[in-house]
Ligand binder design. Structure first.
Ligand SMILES: C[S@@+](CC[C@H](N)C(=O)[O-])C[C@H]1O[C@@H](n2cnc3c(N)ncnc32)[C@H](O)[C@@H]1O
Length: 267
């Protein structure tokens, strides 16, 4: 199976912050639709913390987490086992070619996945195929160009410029949040409920977690590899980006807002 280049990669500095995500922080728009017994497919589940929250909420309903990376699924399975969840399983697979019959799941969910794909419309069509009639496809994605921060640390502007080039170089759409509605309409959905929600990093603990992750990511993750391989940044610039993240986090009035678009799509 061939996959696109996933811009973030699966370095520990990336996966560890993804593993802190919860269904409440990332899928509040979907939670009112979930009841015990709901069957869910979580596409691009990564380390599976949101998937595991879903499993606890809908038990005994069956929940499947699917990702193109076998490595990250090892962590997802450990997390589910540690929580004693019996109704969740994790499988390797590709969102464009889901290995399930038509109309299998009540809900098919993808969080921060469409932004990494070359053909998000095809992905949405395939997600709808495996959703039962009347069920829901639910997607949420950040909008990188919509992110705002204070103080106006110049290294963060450089970080944004380089990330945009990396993602676009992978034929992905880092500003996915604002494109979700047009992708859904193109995929043929007619019953669409759009909404948005933010992540905010403004307490000392939130700032430090966000900055610690990105200052390591710019030096060690796929960000560093792609930036250097593609001539977007050399090591001294990456060092400055890492220091810039820490400088931003140290500001007592530091603020970083991540807007996310979200859609509930009736199949
Ligand atoms: C940003 S992570 C999001 C993980 C998780 N949904 C979360 O929010 O914590 C995106 C995930 O999508 C996966 N992915 C990328 N392309 C995929 C594809 N074609 N099929 C399935 N998963 C894919 C990546 O391996 C990665 O784990």
């Amino acid at each position: 199976m061939a996959f696109e280049t996933y811009s973030h990669g699966h370095h520990r500095s990336v996966v560890d912050v993804h593993a802190l995500r919860t269904a409440r922080d990332c899928a509040a728009y979907l939670l009112p639709e979930l009841t015990p017994g709901t069957g869910i497919l979580d596409v691009g589940c990564g380390p599976g913390s949101i998937t595991a929250d879903f499993a606890a909420l809908v038990a005994p309903g069956p929940v499947v987490g699917l990702d193109s990376s076998e490595d990250v699924l090892v962590q997802a399975r450990e997390l589910a086992a540690g929580r004693g969840l019996a109704n969740v399983s994790y499988l390797a697979g590709n969102v464009y070619d889901l290995d399930f019959p038509d109309e299998t799941f009540d809900v098919v969910h993808a969080h921060q996945v469409l932004q990494h794909l070359m053909d998000p419309v095809a992905a949405l069509r395939e997600m709808r195929r495996v959703t039962k009639p009347g069920g829901l496809v639910a997607v949420r994605d950040a909008d990188f160009s919509g992110m705002v921060w204070h103080p106006p640390t110049p290294e963060l502007a450089e970080w944004m410029r380089i990330y945009q080039e990396i993602a676009r170089g992978n034929s992905a759409e880092p500003d996915a949040g604002r494109h979700l509605l047009s992708w859904a309409l193109e995929a043929g959905f007619t019953d669409v409920t759009p909404s948005s929600s933010n992540w905010l990093y403004a307490t000392p603990a939130e700032r430090s977690r966000h900055a610690d992750s990105w200052s390591e990511r710019v030096l060690q993750s796929a960000f560093a590899e792609q930036a250097q391989e593609r001539g977007l940044a050399e090591r001294p610039l990456l060092d400055r980006l890492a220091a810039g993240w820490q400088e931003w986090a140290a500001a007592p009035d530091g603020w970083f807002l991540v807007p996310c678009g979200e859609l509930l799509l009736r199949a």
